[in-house]
Design a protein around this ligand. Structure first.
Ligand code: ADP
Length: 475
């Protein structure tokens, strides 16, 4: 691996080079048609002379497109492995740097090196990062840089055949629609192959590949488990399936078992779906982070309930066990669910902002999460309700019944009013949290410690906590 190894570490650090990938088509399961298509390419790449005599040339570029984790990289490596040629790879995103001229130089470097070792394969992952349509919106800047890189790729592709070198360029993207059409023209990436998410049958085949090195009770049980797993993993990519099996093996190992059984597989699926609230003691880090956010969210909701208790179903208790974007706070089912006064409605808008405002307050505006994602839109819906349905606001004593009423007459006025109420709600909510920061921290800590906290405890903390007086927030 001497020459190539050195190349991997040289100034072309962004290129990774493998003399032999060791990957074959057997490692890629499902979607047989894809393999058939590519097997042909391999043949041409391998027996170049024979095909040349027949006037058949190796395609220059093959573009694999499909969702992430569907095995595009794996396939590119398999082409190299099957043909027994070296594999050079780089990611489109890495080509684009802040220094002008770097992208083009890097592309040139990559192709020069691959040509030295021809026949060989170049793999460009995320080719859309550099090959996006020209003249479109310059997302994230670096437009000129990207464009120069793209032009260089086109130049290299066009230069190939004349130099008679056998280098196959494999590109991967999940955004075919974003690619510059020039890339797809004849003589460039003229073979495009779609790699979709696997079917149930495909999933079973992928599971077979990735369960090869794992222990099961018996072959029969293994087959039953894999079959069940394939049937319930609709929409899973190959990478996700592999993950489920690996996670299951890790869970089994933690229990000192050397075989994977149904409970571990089911647990692994829940984890793959991002559901960590399973009562397992040694939860992973993400769960700790999520719990912390839930604790502050629930504490803020509790605090707002105490501060603005009007008319509302009384709250009972909350917990940090359920990791969900929807609040965990439990309410009793009393009949006091109507908004008696306008101020109650306004208070409810303030309360609804709590999850988002507290996250901003505690974690910072650059560190917000999906955990509070729906809070402000719920607050906005309440504001809309008040503005359009109650006749209580500056819009007058009109009841707007339909969306169409709103569209035709009053959109700008509604927007202005809603902005006003939302501004007030967010400011008021922040002010309450600042005033009761100490209570907020105490409730959150109690939640993290005991997992659950009840209304009487919350009221107790609320009444006893020191307060930091805040300037008045005006509606
Ligand atoms: P992509 O490049 O499409 O994002 P990768 O090739 O990086 O996906 O896939 C990640 C891993 O998932 C692969 O290394 C492989 O282990 C597994 N995998 C994905 N698709 C398949 C498949 N069809 N058959 C076997 N393994 C797969």
């Amino acid at each position: 691996n001497g020459e190539l190894g050195a190349l991997g570490q040289s100034r072309a650090r962004f290129i990774s080079a493998e003399e032999s990938t060791g990957v074959t088509f057997d490692d890629f399961a499902g979607q047989e048609y894809v393999k058939r298509e590519l097997q042909e390419v391999v043949k041409i790449l391998k027996d170049n002379k024979e095909f040349e005599d027949l006037g058949i040339y190796c395609p220059k570029g093959v573009l694999l497109y499909g969702p992430p984790g569907t095995g595009k990289t794996l396939l590119a490596k398999a082409i190299a492995g099957e043909a027994g040629v070296p594999f050079f790879s780089a990611s489109g995103a890495e080509f684009v740097e802040m220094f002008v001229g770097v992208a083009a130089a890097r592309v040139r470097d990559l192709f020069t090196r691959a040509r030295q070792f021809a026949p060989s394969i170049i793999f460009i992952d995320e080719i859309d990062a550099i090959g996006a349509k020209r003249g479109g919106p310059d997302v994230g800047g670096g437009g000129v840089e990207r464009e120069q890189g793209l032009i260089q790729i086109l130049t290299e592709l066009d230069g190939f055949q004349s130099q008679g070198s056998k280098v196959l360029v494999v590109g991967a993207t999940n955004r075919l629609d974003m690619l510059d059409p020039a890339l797809l023209r004849k003589g460039r990436f003229d073979k495009t192959i779609s790699i979709g998410l696997p079917s149930e049958e495909g999933r079973l085949a992928i599971l077979q590949v990735h369960s090869r090195n794992k222990g099961f009770k018996s072959e029969k049980e293994k087959q039953e488990l894999l079959k069940e797993l394939a049937s319930i993993t609709f929409d899973y990519s190959g990478a996700e399936l592999q993950n489920v099996l690996n996670e299951a093996a890790i869970l089994a190992a933690r229990k000192d078992k050397d075989i994977v059984e149904r409970p571990e597989i089911m647990e692994a699926i829940r984890r793959q779906a991002g559901d960590f609230a399973t009562g397992e003691e040694d939860a992973v880090d993400a769960s700790g982070e999520a719990r912390l956010r839930i604790a502050y969210r629930e504490a803020a909701i509790a605090l707002l309930e105490c501060y603005l208790p009007n008319p509302h179903r009384p709250f009972v208790k909350t917990n940090v066990r359920e990791i969900d974007t929807y609040p965990n706070m439990e309410y009793t089912d009393s009949r006091h669910r109507v908004f008696a006064y306008k101020s109650d409605l306004v208070d409810s808008i303030v309360r609804a902002c709590a999850p988002r405002v507290v996250e901003d307050f505690i974690f910072g505006k650059d560190n917000l999460s999906w955990m509070s994602g729906s809070a402000l839109s719920e607050a906005g819906l309440l504001a809309d309700y008040m503005i359009l349905r109650t006749g209580m606001t500056a819009l007058g004593k009109v009841y707007y019944r339909t969306q169409q009423d709103v569209m035709v007459h009053i959109v700008p006025k509604v927007q202005a009013l809603r902005d006003e109420y939302m501004r007030y709600a967010v400011e008021k909510c922040s002010s309450i949290l600042r005033e009761y920061r100490s209570a907020l921290e105490t409730i959150a800590e109690r939640l993290l410690e005991k997992e659950e906290i009840s209304a009487p405890e919350i009221w107790d903390i609320f009444h006893k906590a020191p307060r930091i007086p805040q300037p008045e927030v005006k509606p």
